[in-house]
Design a protein around this ligand. Structure first.
Ligand SMILES: *Cc1c(COP(=O)(O)O)cnc(C)c1O
Length: 377
């Protein structure tokens, strides 16, 4: 893009990291499968690439796109969201202390407890909505505050600016997992130092690629270390996976708008249903985190959950009857998904048995409402 004007996010998403291929004029970028790159007669690397694990053109293009979209300086792409998170944790040293949400993504709990605590990290899990508790948890070696908002599966809202402030006051850095709300929430602008994504979800957007990314605001030490770890440990995405995520990103702002619009309609409809106990959606004025969400998000994304009266059996019965909603885990794709979280292996035992989590897709909202109506009847 040659324009110097401030580019709006929809335009950025279409163009960031995408350049016309100089060799052929191709508008859609080629997928560079080459693992190795030619040296010149003097032994240099005229195009800047040496070996594909360290860097390759297709990944580089994706990283530029990711950084532009989050408003960061640069990004590192990984083979999964958890590989991206691991790289950040690997940048710490044994004895360093991490503060993480008690309801953090369950794969992250497992990663912290079963891998990184064994390697010497000290981890405290806290209620991220309780700022006093967070300040009390800080120790001399607290190096990292991890936050994830909205949370899974009860859509709790964490105040990103306040947590970033607490992290900086403790001399620590703030990482925000923005998987559930790309584009509609911009943690780097709110004070976070790093953003992590599972690009498997909304960024890819079509349930057909696994990936992750770390995006940083400035070249602080930990960002440089994440870049080094990406090349040294090699948990990198394939060129084809990079290409898929990059393509998915082009429609992300418009998809997020439609996911959010559909989810709000469904949340409002569910709130009035006699068989529904509670609806967890930050776009509802009745939601405990609504005020903060309205301040730090410009739309409320496509994830919601609700509790069916009658607990586990009733909830499983509803999920069994949907015809458009697909019973599956994950989120962020074009198709709507329904999931009984409490029966997932490794899920937090505090997840209510009557809870169903919905990833609202891009179908017509009336069809989704009619599907839920018949499933709840
Ligand atoms: C899915 C998810 C992850 C993990 O990403 P993978 O791509 O599955 O490794 C991390 N955080 C959140 C919030 C997620 O939803």
């Amino acid at each position: 893009m040659k324009s110097k004007r401030k580019i709006r996010i929809e335009t950025l998403a279409v163009h960031a990291g995408h350049a016309i291929d100089p060799a052929t004029g191709a508008v859609s970028p080629p997928i560079h499968l080459s693992t190795t790159f030619e040296r010149d007669a003097e032994g240099g690397y005229p195009h800047g690439y040496v070996y594909a694990r360290s860097a390759n053109p297709t990944r580089h293009a994706l990283e530029q796109g990711l950084a532009a979209l989050e408003g960061g300086q640069d990004a590192a792409a990984f083979g999964s969201g958890l590989a991206a998170s691991s790289a950040i944790l690997q940048a710490l040293a044994p004895g360093d202390h991490v503060i993480a949400p008690i309801d953090v993504y369950h794969g992250m709990t497992k990663l912290l407890r079963e891998v990184f605590v064994r390697w010497g990290l000290d981890v405290s899990f806290v209620d991220m909505t309780n700022i006093d508790e967070i300040y009390k948890t800080v120790r001399p070696r607290t190096k990292l505050f991890w936050l994830e908002t909205p949370s899974n599966p009860q859509l709790k809202i964490t105040d990103i600016a306040r947590i970033a402030e607490a992290a900086h006051a403790a001399g620590a850095i703030c990482v925000s997992d923005n998987t559930w709300a790309p584009v509609v929430q911009r943690p780097l602008e709110l004070g976070a130092d790093l953003v992590v994504h599972s690009t498997t979800k909304y960024l890819g957007g079509h349930s057909d690629v696994t990936g992750g990314a770390v995006i940083w605001k400035t070249e602080i030490g930990i960002a440089n270390r994440v870049r080094e770890i990406q090349g040294m440990t090699g948990a990198v995405p394939s060129p084809f996976d990079c290409w898929l995520v990059h393509r998915g990103m082009q429609t992300l702002p418009w998809r997020m708008r439609a996911h959010s619009e559909n989810a709000l309609k469904i949340a409002i409809w569910l709130s009035d249903h006699p068989r529904v106990e509670t609806v967890h959606y930050p776009g509802l004025a009745s939601h405990a985190g609504h005020e903060i969400a309205a301040r730090q998000m410009n739309a409320f994304s496509g994830m919601l959950s609700f509790e069916v009266k009658g607990g586990r059996e009733a909830a499983l019965g509803v999920a069994a009857k949907t015809a458009i909603f697909i019973r599956a885990t994950s989120l962020g794709g074009v198709e709507s998904l329904i999931e009984h979280r409490a029966s997932i292996k490794g899920e937090d035992p505090r997840t209510p048995q009557g809870l169903l989590r919905l990833s609202i897709g891009l179908e017509h909202p009336d069809d989704l409402i009619e599907d839920l109506a018949q499933a709840l009847s």
